[in-house]
Write a protein that binds this ligand. Structure first.
Ligand SMILES: [Zn+2]
Length: 361
């Protein structure tokens, strides 16, 4: 069977010739399929074994198998070498210059109002107050009645308050007499965070020492100075023997921590229905140190918050005996404070979501 032996040798030579021509690993893969695949010459030789005399089959079978092993081994070696080279070439193309300056990812940040509010809350929590949140939508009682706002107080006027539901609407009563209105059931968007005081007195017995940060709403014309939507932080402390001195000490310490260092405060009498007496608290202008500038309107002072001793009527409505307990409360507008701290001249910037403005904080 010399011819069989010759055809194995010819096959080997043909394969080696073709392998020499292979440039890419892909060429070798194709060669492998061509020679060793099911329709390839090796397989054909295997099939042709049946034409050979049975006694010689094992010998030639082994010869074919040896050739097959040899071809596989050639292919594997070539592939390993070529793939290594090809990877090196690809890596050279992908070379990275690690000395180039990096590209900075854009990181989000908290809104300036949130930042100032968090700062205020951190300071007051550090001074022993706990945070209590109240509803944005509340009844007239929690927003006004329980805070000693008389029925004819101008702040209840629909010009200032967003009412969501009124008994008067329900009864189709267009009389101007407010006392005819079932005002206690009226639903509104809270005009201040003081509603939380009333909820707190209902839920807890004194001592009460809470702060209430949150959103407020007023039906006002939007301008550089006022908006329909803003934030406040309200604080209240009720216990036995709380006096004006406690209020002064707390405000002085709080404002010192908020504005940094030693701030000079000034207390002026004022009126809010839910405190008696009421106060307006000013600080020496942080921008001009009292010299007079545009921010303090040449007065040297900045009005930062309203405060006072909790009105006995408010305590009574909260089922707290004003003969035994007393307390102080204060509230501040966060937009106003943030505008002072950063010299921002238009309150509308806070809600316009202009990234050029927000990225500055
Ligand atoms: Zn000033």
């Amino acid at each position: 069977m010399a011819s069989f032996h010759q055809s194995v040798g010819a096959l080997r030579n043909a394969f080696l010739e073709e392998l020499k021509e292979a440039i890419h690993s892909k060429d070798v893969e194709n060669l492998k399929v061509k020679y060793l695949g099911k329709k390839g010459p090796i397989q054909a030789l295997m099939v042709s074994l049946k034409n050979i005399d049975a006694s010689e089959r094992p010998k030639f079978g082994k010869e074919i198998n040896d050739l097959k092993e040899e071809l596989i081994s050639h292919c594997d070696h070539s592939l390993a070498r070529m793939k290594g080279d090809e990877q090196n070439i690809r890596l050279q193309g992908e070379w990275i210059d690690i000395t180039l300056p990096g590209r900075k990812g854009k990181v989000g940040r908290l809104h300036p109002i949130t930042q100032v509010m968090n700062r205020i809350v951190d300071i007051l929590v550090g001074m022993g107050f706990s945070v209590q949140l109240g509803p944005d939508v509340d009844t007239d009682y929690y927003n006004f009645g329980g805070l000693n706002f008389a029925l004819d107080h101008p702040a209840r006027d629909a010009q200032d308050t967003f009412y969501l539901y009124t008994e008067r609407d329900a009864k189709n009563d267009d009389s101007e007499d407010r006392s005819n209105r079932g005002i206690m059931a009226d639903l509104l968007l809270r005009t201040h965070t003081s509603n939380v005081q009333v909820h707190a007195m209902e839920k807890h017995a004194p001592p009460i020492r809470i702060i209430a940060p949150g959103r407020c709403f007023r039906n006002e014309d939007i301008s550089a100075r006022s908006h329909v939507f803003f934030h406040q932080v309200e604080g209240v402390y009720i216990d036995k023997g709380v006096t004006f001195r406690d209020l002064f000490a707390t405000m002085d310490e709080f404002l010192g921590k908020l504005l940094g260092g030693k701030v000079e405060t000034r207390y002026r009498p004022s009126y809010f229905p839910f405190v008696e007496p009421g106060l307006e608290v000013d600080v020496r202008c942080i921008s001009c140190d009292g010299e007079g500038c545009r921010i303090c309107k040449e007065t040297g002072w900045l009005e930062v918050l309203g405060a006072g001793m909790v009105h006995p009527n408010v305590l009574k409505m909260g089922k707290i005996d004003p003969e035994v307990y007393s307390g102080y409360a204060w509230g501040m507008g966060i937009e106003r404070l943030t505008m002072l701290l950063y010299d921002i001249r238009d309150i509308r910037l806070f809600t316009e979501n202009d990234i050029r403005f927000l990225a500055q904080f």
